[in-house]
Write a protein that binds this ligand. Structure first.
Ligand code: NAD
Length: 496
């Protein structure tokens, strides 16, 4: 082993040990435990061992965070937008400085390989800077009026307190990037990270405490049913933005409506089709299928193209080659820089994902690569897996697995495959592979989704809006529209 590799592994060991410290939430500018004093255990998905504890916030902590955000709102909204943008830049600078530490924290907490988590904090920095740069684009309109002695125009006003609830799959990236637009628009924020992966959000709180005025950003760890639900049902939290599962998203919409009138945007799950037409570049499409499944984060991505449709003329050759490549992927310690696939986030997620293997086998699907892991093996490791079948008579083709499990099948003609792609009530992403421009354009229009790649997969294009149709969500993020969605238009008519 080289000196560098030895040093790296020693540093990894030190970091695993150093992770056990006094983690606190950020409420009203103070780093604090929960009022109840309760703490929740944090497990390393690679070993299954407890590594530390975090505050288990509850309704009382969520309420004091909301109170702090309400109190901080008028002064924050009154600042110049360029000043709010400067705060986002300062946060981006501090994140860049702490980047390596943040990536390691996420890897230990979430299990995705270190290279992925380094990418995640960099994406967060890009988002913060992108939104900061949009400050002067947050504009109203001027409306022509008949009277020569009058003007009519609109301005954009913030909502007040925004509740931001984020999932486990990209913990730091979601925590840090999803606060940019609401804060820039003049809102204050209460952020709730996922129970299984709160560490990097709590670290974000420590960093942000020195940058934002007290109460502007509050970060509360704890269960969805207590902390999350209190944020959702608080009558004065008028704007909610949720990223997570469809089931929770729909219940949030209902709960929110029962409390007061709120604007709720939902970024939910998908079962996204990738369609390989017979004229596709075979090698590019193979690579696209692997990248599209986001195996680098164990398939735990809403945008994963987890339903693969290959034209019958190349189907057999395609699935066999794909399976061969998947079997070569290196799974192991996510802190090892060579690792391509780590463990899934938690034992609960491991149980959920492996339950689909039993269904797949019972339903007669052919296992091409990967397969059921040995449950006695420590850590939540599941190999990249490919099932194939000539029909879709299995729940593996209709349900979001949110793990490293890809299902493939074949098709014969265009109309049939578009109908099959659109048959589910979901519509987040799709990936189409063809060299024919007419097929590419037609399929892009015909597939019911919020995001389509042609001859590509997985990547979010910076500045392009992301979001779903049907049960995959409502609202768009990552572009100018996200920033505008955290404001309400106010019309002003002046006669002079
Ligand atoms: P989840 O729905 O279980 O949890 C998401 C968040 O909601 C967590 O912070 C959780 O604590 C909170 N929550 C749970 N119950 C709640 C309640 N009753 N009230 C308020 N908050 C509550 O999702 P997850 O397992 O963390 O993430 C996986 C899901 O997220 C997948 O379905 C995936 O497709 C989806 N996702 C979507 C996008 C997107 O942009 N469309 C991105 C990432 C993940």
């Amino acid at each position: 082993m080289s000196a560098n590799a030895t040093e790296y592994l020693q540093a990894a060991k030190d970091l695993r040990e150093g992770i056990d410290r006094d983690w606190r939430m950020l409420i009203g500018g103070e780093l604090t435990g929960s009022l109840s004093g309760e703490r929740a255990a944090v497990f390393d998905p690679a070993t299954g061992e407890q590594v530390t504890t975090i505050p288990r916030g509850d309704e009382a902590d969520a309420n004091r965070a909301i109170d702090a955000a309400l109190a901080a709102f008028p002064a924050w909204a009154a600042r110049a937008i360029t000043d709010r943008a400067a705060h986002l830049h300062r946060l981006a600078d501090a994140i860049e400085e702490a980047g390596e530490e943040l990536a390691w924290i996420d890897t230990i907490d979430n299990g995705s390989p270190i290279a992925v988590m380094r990418g995640d904090y960099r994406i967060a920095v890009e988002h913060l800077r992108y939104f900061a740069g949009l400050a002067l684009q947050l504009r109203g309109e001027s409306i022509p009026v008949d009277q020569r002695d009058a003007v009519d125009f609109s301005v954009r006003a913030p909502f007040g307190v925004v509740g931001r609830i984020v999932p486990f799959n990209h913990p730091f990236m979601f925590a840090a990037s999803r606060i940019a637009a609401p804060l820039l628009a003049g809102n204050t924020v209460v952020l709730k990270p996922a129970e299984a992966t709160s560490l990097s959000a709590l670290r974000l709180g420590e960093i942000a405490a020195g940058i934002f005025p007290p109460g502007v950003l509050n970060i509360v760890s704890g269960p969805g049913r207590t902390v999350g639900d209190t944020i959702v049902r608080h009558p004065e939290v008028r704007r909610l933005a949720f990223t997570g599962s469809g089931e929770v998203g729909r219940s949030i919409q209902a709960q929110a409506a029962s409390a007061s009138v709120k604007v709720v945007t939902l970024e939910l799950g998908g079962k996204n089709p990738m369609i390989v037409f017979p004229d596709a570049d075979f090698e590019e499409a193979i690579q696209g299928a692997i990248r599209g499944m986001n195996f680098a984060w164990q398939g735990q991505s809403c945008g994963s193209t987890s339903r693969l449709y290959v034209h019958r003329s190349i189907y057999r050759q395609f699935v066999e080659e794909l399976g061969r490549r998947l079997d070569l992927m290196g799974m192991g310690d996510p802190l090892d820089e060579k690792t391509e696939v780590g463990p899934v986030v938690s034992r609960a997620q491991y149980e959920k994902v492996t339950s689909y293997f039993h269904s797949g086998i019972d339903d007669g699907l052919e296992l091409i690569a990967g397969g059921l892991p040995d449950p006695a093996q420590p850590g939540n490791f599941i190999r990249p897996t490919l099932f194939a079948a000539e029909n879709e008579q299995s729940r593996l083709f209709s349900e979001e697995i949110f793990g490293p499990v890809l299902v493939a099948t074949c098709f014969d003609d265009y109309d049939e495959i578009i109908a099959r792609a659109n048959a589910l009530p979901l519509g987040l992403t799709a990936s189409v592979w063809t060299k024919d421009l007419a097929t590419a354009l037609k399929a892009s229009r015909d597939i019911e989704t919020g995001y389509v790649w042609v001859n590509w997969s997985s990547s979010h294009i910076p500045g392009a809006s992301f979001g779903g149709v049907k049960d995959s969500g409502i609202g768009r993020e990552e572009g100018l529209g996200e920033l505008e969605s955290f404001t309400q238009s106010k019309n002003i008519y002046i006669r002079f």
